[in-house]
Design a protein around this ligand. Structure first.
Ligand SMILES: Nc1ncnc2c1ncn2[C@@H]1O[C@H](COP(=O)(O)OP(=O)(O)OP(=O)(O)O)[C@@H](O)[C@H]1O
Length: 332
């Protein structure tokens, strides 16, 4: 009850962590308003799990402070623990017992009465579409069902803040979408979600704010739209089947990247109505007909690769002219 409406659910400053002489986190600041979804994006080994482990009290930071749900992480670890739930990459589900038994075990751990434990378990099994499977050993569950059970188990303690560490890694598309729906419902019920993911579309779909972790630091932070604006990768692509038309268009349009094999031209563009009309007017006036015209706006992939892509040494890169170079050069 210490959290006021104004205090963020998670507020961390200057988090540091090293293993031996390897610096994993080199001063990380994170603010997550209550009732929102924050996504920490980063390539393999960037330190996402380390951040989750620190903020959920599993390991301690070497430096920095954090307040979680209004409690000081270091001084009030127990209060922090009772306000949060964590669903990690390694599931808490015990495969030898049934889904229902797993849930009841969690209820015991949270000191719920027997009756209350049964009530909460029944409600959560229903909510996560696990009623039919409830009496079967969890080892027989599909990957998606195990993740749903895992989250259901986390919710037994009614956490106000949930840490989801790569919740959809390895799931098929349908189970991913189910998981996204579950996450959205959690947040609309007032829960704060801290989500780590390697999937840009996941962050794009779900997160209010996204931070990109790379090289021990947050290299960018903002809404998906704000991050996309960092990378001017937008273009209009014209595809031709007639080599003559292609050549005429390529010669006349100077500001294009050409792909002579695919007979396509890329014209840098923000995809606005005005720019599209100008391109179409120009094609009409020149009597050129493209077989296909498509608009490409930069997506989070462009941002991610621009921010985290391994740097290409300048000399080996000289003279190359690809889409990604364009993106990589512009951000820093
Ligand atoms: N206990 C440990 N001892 C030594 N090094 C560790 C330890 N835990 C993590 N690391 C190292 O810290 C770095 C960050 O690991 P972490 O698991 O946080 O990354 P991640 O972003 O979650 O990656 P992934 O997406 O692969 O899970 C890695 O290089 C890892 O090898």
């Amino acid at each position: 009850m210490t959290t006021t409406n104004h205090e963020p659910a998670i507020a961390a400053t200057g988090l540091r962590k090293s293993y031996g002489d390897k610096t994993v986190l080199d001063g990380i600041d994170i603010q997550v308003p209550a009732g929102t979804i924050f996504s920490l994006l980063g390539p393999n080994g960037a330190g996402k799990t380390t951040v989750v482990n620190i903020l959920s009290t599993l390991i301690s930071a070497d430096g920095g402070q954090a307040r979680i749900a209004g409690h000081d992480l270091a001084a009030e670890a127990q209060a922090v623990r009772s306000a949060i739930g964590v669903t990690g990459q390694f599931s808490a589900v015990d495969g030898l017992i049934t889904g229902e038994e797993n849930m009841l075990l969690m209820a015991d751990l949270h000191h719920l009465s027997r009756a209350e434990g049964r009530r909460v378990t029944a409600a959560l099994l229903e909510r996560f579409d696990l009623v039919e499977a409830a009496k079967k050993p969890a080892s027989t569950y599909s990957g998606g069902m195990k993740r749903r059970l895992d989250i259901a188990m986390t919710l037994v303690g009614s956490p106000r803040i949930i840490f989801l560490d790569e919740p959809t890694t390895g799931l098929d598309p349908r189970s991913r979408h189910t998981m996204w729906q579950i996450i959205r419902e959690l947040v609309s019920g007032g829960t704060t979600v801290f989500l780590t993911t390697q999937y840009l579309d996941e962050a794009d779909q779900l997160a209010d704010r996204i931070a990109v972790l790379n090289g021990g630091k947050l290299v960018a932070e903002g809404s998906a739209e704000e991050l996309k604006r960092l990378v001017p990768g937008g273009h209009v692509r014209l595809r031709f089947s007639d080599p003559v038309a292609y050549e005429r268009a390529a010669t006349a349009l100077r500001e294009t990247n050409r792909d002579d094999e695919a007979l396509t031209l890329q014209i840098p563009s923000d995809g606005s109505q005005r720019e599209l009309r100008a391109i179409l007017d120009w094609l009409d006036a020149a009597g050129i007909e493209a077989d296909e015209l498509s608009v490409h706006t930069p997506d989070l992939d462009d941002v991610f690769f621009a921010l985290t892509g391994s740097p290409v040494p300048a000399d080996t890169n000289a003279g190359k002219d690809t889409d990604n170079d364009n993106a990589k050069e512009t951000v820093r």
